[in-house]
Design a protein around this ligand. Structure first.
Ligand code: GTP
Ligand code: MG
Length: 391
């Protein structure tokens, strides 16, 4: 969460709204809200208040119940926040209803993630992919966007006929833009495909994982690359490929966009070509931030997303990172032996991966062992590919 002293750095204040099933445990609610606040912060919003509601199923009209919405409205009368961020996706009509009630700009989870991607896209490929995903998100919501604009202009009352006409023109323009972006992406994909073909002979390893797990830090540590690694969500949106040589055996290693809970489908779709690097890899190194209490959920999200992009059956090296920041259980046996602890931990995951490792990329703990494990897997793979080569 944001340090209160830092609030002035942010251009906008926001409130967060999240609903949970009746059975959701407190720690999970806290974790999901922390993640949402972190997403908001990455997009440039400081959270001043969170509202949660436990309900069986979201309200079809306003997502949260009537009473909760009124509570939010009253809070907004007293406090300066121009945006309200929901942790889930809202239907176009839910978003419209909520905006009408609150008279504020409403973000749902997809729009928030899209906004972050838009802010952070640097290369032509990433920019085109995000723009495509954004237009696809906007298309069914054009009426909402007009309401936004009218509110900004301070217009009141119902919209006149000209608004409807302009929405129709916008719709046509956006459709044309989507077609153009798709064509541009096809061209970019073709170039990338040619590049990847040139690499097809090499053994390829891809770093994958939940956003902020430490993939880029590991990439930099292993390959001396210079990928931006920072404490922000989605610091990386492109794939970076580096050549490495371990024990005289060359291979390629790539770092790419991280995954997150409820990643908008349009983004997964449009980032498919960035994720080709993952799909075509011989080995995936799955980096997990073990210091995050929700690391198990994160592992599941990553596995599910990998399956969704067609990379669900690749050999995996499971690497638990950030052991320096891990909170050991308070009821642990005394005297506490960390080595035994991790050995037991490993057993839980042994069947899920080719190997399970525990490292700290920050403190360089167990990195030699990590390199050795990669070397032996790469060697094994080379032997299978080139059985007559002398090792
Ligand atoms: N305490 C601790 N922090 C780490 C470690 N490894 C990485 N970090 C920090 O975790 C944050 C995220 O690291 P990145 O390498 O950018 O993570 P990423 O997985 O590439 O994240 P995205 O590109 O945003 O998906 C940074 O602030 C790192 O300094 C570690 O071993 N211990
Ligand atoms: Mg990264």
């Amino acid at each position: 969460m944001t340090d209160k002293k830092d609030l002035t750095f942010y251009k906008d204040k926001t409130i967060l709204v999240s609903v949970y099933g009746n059975q959701t445990p407190e720690w999970r609610m806290k974790d999901e809200l922390d993640e949402l606040a972190f997403l908001a912060e990455t997009a440039g919003y400081a959270t001043i208040k969170t509202f949660t509601q436990k309900i069986q199923r979201p309200d079809s009209r306003t997502f949260v119940g009537k009473g909760k919405l009124e509570e939010i409205r009253l809070f907004l009368e007293e406090h300066p926040a121009e945006t309200v961020i929901f942790d889930d996706d809202l239907s176009p009509s839910q978003m419209r209803n909520i905006e009408n009630e609150l008279k504020k700009t409403v973000y749902d989870r997809s729009l928030l993630i899209l906004t972050i991607f838009l802010l952070r896209a640097k290369t032509a490929q990433a920019k085109t992919q995000v723009e495509l995903a954004r237009y696809e998100y906007l298309l069914p919501r054009l009426t909402n966007m007009w309401t936004h604009l009218e509110r900004q202009r301070g217009a009141t009352g119902t919209r006149g006929g000209s608004g409807e006409k302009e929405i129709e023109t916008d719709r046509r323009n956006i459709k044309a833009r989507i077609t153009l972006l798709k064509e541009q992406l096809l061209k970019i994909d073709k170039q990338a495909q040619t590049q990847r073909k040139a690499r097809a002979e090499s053994i390829r390893i891809s770093l994958v994982g939940y956003t902020n797990a430490g993939k880029s830090t590991v990439m930099n540590l292993l390959s001396k690359a210079d990928v931006l690694a920072e404490n922000k969500l989605f610091a990386t949106l492109d794939s970076t490929v580096r050549k490495m040589v371990l024990d005289n055996i060359p291979f390629l290693i790539s770092d790419t966009v991280g995954f997150i809970r409820k990643l908008p489908h349009s983004l997964v779709e449009s980032f498919k070509s960035t994720l080709d690097e993952v799909r075509e890899a011989d080995l995936l190194i799955h980096i997990v931030d073990v210091s995050n209490p929700a690391y198990e959920d994160h592992i599941n999200v990553v596995n599910k997303t990998l399956a969704e992009i067609g990379a669900g059956d690749k050999p995996i090296l499971l690497v638990f990172n950030k052991i320096d920041a891990y909170h050991y259980p308070e009821d642990a046996e005394q005297p506490f032996d960390a080595a035994v602890f991790w050995e037991n931990f490993k057993k839980t995951y042994a069947s899920h991966a080719k190997a399970v490792l525990f490292i700290s990329a920050k403190d360089h703990t167990n990195i030699t062992h990590f390199r050795e494990t990669i070397t032996s897997i790469v060697k094994e793979r080379y032997k299978a590919l080139y059985p007559n080569y002398l090792y």
